[in-house]
Design a protein around this ligand. Sequence first.
Ligand code: TMP
Length: 239
Amino acid sequence: MQKGKLLYEGKAKKLYETGDSDLLIAEFKDDLTAFNAEKRGSEKGKGALNCQISTQLFRLLEQNGIETHLVETLDENHQLVKKVRIIPIEVVVRNTATGSLSKRLGIEDGKKLPFVLVEFYLKDDDLGDPIICDDHAMLLELVDRRETLEELKRLGRKINEVLKAFFAERRLNLIDFKVEFGVDKAGNILLSDEISPDSCRFWDMDTGEKMDKDRFRQNLGNVKVAYEEVLKRILEEKQ
Ligand code: TMP
């Protein structure tokens, strides 16, 4: 499959047309951004690591009944994906308080939450991806039915269940993550975008060390080393 016209360039990926109008090629970039791109950087090989990590996690989720846009991985930083209309909602799922949750509500950083929290953010860089409630999503016509919002929450929790258990076996604590969904031409809701250390927080269960993009956000160094370690642990065979 050949890359056609560049359709879209985001902060971490480029999307290209292909000869098939139902399929796109996603290229994972080495760029890193934080705080709505106020902080920018690049780490050679980061795109390839995220492509491999996301491929593994999407396959795991497919095996657990979550439909995704992934068709196949073409090379180290390209995936062939189904063309979808992205629902402009960032679904954030949290097990432990940190980041914007601790900042906004004053919940102690590192406090385990009494239940899994699912939040919606409007995917709009110009507005700084504000947090929204269900009524805002309906008002902005981000989805046409409230049931779709319930489905996004259900999918977020199911993804969390699968990933949390998978990473716990690998001594990584899944703190929180962000996922995006798209709708294909048949109307199916597919997990889209990526799941990687750019979009998740992982804390090492033994050392408490951060193994994700917070290393970049907080200038902790060794960003790529952490992403490599996450991939290594994902690839570990478990009984
Ligand atoms: P937050 O604590 O900054 O709201 O982040 C929650 C989770 O969502 C965290 O795992 C990082 C991820 N995330 C993204 O993937 N993209 C974003 O633009 C933001 C703000 C967070």
